[in-house]
Design a binder for this molecule. Structure first.
Ligand SMILES: C=C(CC[C@@H](C)[C@H]1CC[C@H]2C3=CC[C@H]4[C@H](C)[C@@H](O)CC[C@]4(C)[C@H]3CC[C@]12C)C(C)C
Ligand SMILES: C[S@@+](CC[C@H](N)C(=O)[O-])C[C@H]1O[C@@H](n2cnc3c(N)ncnc32)[C@H](O)[C@@H]1O
Length: 357
């Protein structure tokens, strides 16, 4: 081989590797590249240990049920997964029903806009995003409604990511992000014109605690909508396959224990809300929300190779391979949850804080 052919082959290989690692599988808005994957606020050398610590929580499941331990456990989880989520899924950390003829991105936006349409807000209103992630929904909702959105997340790394994205999107005058625990929010009573939570309150050890905090900060007469993760009426606790799927979902998603669909409205009423509407948005005629997960399988294999390569080269933290493997398995449990119909990530409940409360 002469030197020109050697040079061309080398350049082609290098270009191919760059494309495979950096370009392939970009997030929704190229928010994260594979070469930038990190352990959130955890330093690179501690990622592996923190991953082990995350799993140790499940050796003492009773501890996950106590409110004091949960924020720490959830915070560790989001340090580990936030970059992988952004890289492989996008800036909105939730599911949405598939819509024939529409992209995942459009289906995601419509699902988010539906939340804010339900709570009936006006431009200039101040609304709360409970468990805001890196702010994908917050930006879509602020742009759609022109309301001012205040998001709260327990994870400091997400706060920084969300603020960066808000600025880049030119929405930082409408979107504010606060680091804090949604079980003890740093906001005064009766201070919001509306609130929503998208696939976030499932992390609360007791739903009642987060719902009563939301009730406290809402102005009387205003609305709150939540998309809840639940087991459906098809779930049978005596069926070992069902139990395995639900436990797989809990472990791979930092959940202190999935709730039954029947507990949601009951809890909302218990803290003082009027329940205006309740519906599982995953039910037909909605198209399956888990199609996107299923279709992504080939990409997950490619991602696995990319992450293994990057970790071997010392570019990605060592534990990233384990975290990715955990997510790979979780995707499978979630898909089974969808296929069997025993699980829904979008049980919608719309509540009002009564005027006289
Ligand atoms: C609401 C929550 C998160 C829901 C989803 C956003 C995430 C649940 C499982 C995640 C993923 C699974 C497989 C990953 C894949 C192996 C990787 O290559 C790329 C990222 C994934 C697709 C990842 C993306 C986000 C999820 C779909 C919970 C935590 C309450
Ligand atoms: C699956 S993500 C969903 C994020 C966002 N709603 C979205 O759809 O993109 C769950 C979010 O809830 C937040 N969260 C979980 N427990 C929390 C707590 N106790 N206090 C505040 N935020 C919490 C996480 O930090 C994360 O941002």
């Amino acid at each position: 081989m002469d030197s020109l052919a050697l040079f061309c082959t080398g350049a082609l290989l290098a270009g191919g590797l760059y494309w495979f690692v950096c370009i392939l599988g970009p997030a929704e808005q190229k928010g994260k590249r594979a070469v930038d994957l990190s352990g959130g606020s955890i330093s690179a050398e501690k990622v592996q240990d923190k991953y082990k610590q995350y799993w140790s929580f499940f050796r003492r499941p009773k501890e996950i049920e106590t409110a004091e331990k949960v924020p720490d456990f959830v915070d560790t989880f989001y340090n580990l997964v936030t970059d992988i989520y952004e890289w492989g899924w996008g800036q909105s950390f939730h599911f949405s029903p598939s819509i024939p003829g529409k992209s995942h991105r459009d289906a995601t936006r419509l699902h988010e806009q539906m939340a804010v349409d339900l709570i009936d807000v006006k431009p200039g209103d101040r609304i709360l995003d409970v468990g805001c992630g890196v702010g994908g929904p917050m930006r879509a909702i602020a742009a759609h409604s022109r309301a001012k959105v205040v998001g709260i997340t327990i994870n400091e790394y997400q706060v920084n990511r969300a603020r960066l994205h808000n600025k880049k999107a030119g929405l930082d005058s409408l979107c504010e992000v606060v680091c804090g625990n949604f079980l003890e929010m740093p906001f005064p009573d009766n201070s919001f014109d509306g609130a929503y939570s998208i696939e976030a309150t499932c992390h609360a050890p007791k739903l009642e605690e987060v719902y009563s905090e939301i009730f406290r900060v809402l102005k009387p007469g205003s609305l709150y909508v939540s998309y809840e993760w639940v087991t459906t009426e098809k779930y049978k606790a005596e069926n070992p396959e069902h139990v395995e799927i639900i436990q797989g979902i809990e472990r791979g998603d930092a959940l202190p224990g999935l709730r039954s669909y029947a507990d949601i409205a009951e809890t909302a009423r218990k803290v003082g809300f009027e329940v205006v509407k309740e519906r599982d948005l995953a039910q037909p005629p909605a198209e399956p929300w888990w199609t996107r997960l299923k279709m992504g399988r080939i990409a997950y294999w490619r991602n696995h190779i990319v992450i293994t390569l990057l970790a071997a080269l010392g570019i990605a933290p060592q534990g990233t391979v384990d975290v990715h493997e955990m997510l790979f398995k979780t995707a499978d449990y979630l898909t089974k949850g969808g296929d069997t119909g025993i699980f829904s990530p979008m049980h919608m409940v719309l509540c009002r804080k009564p005027l006289a409360s």
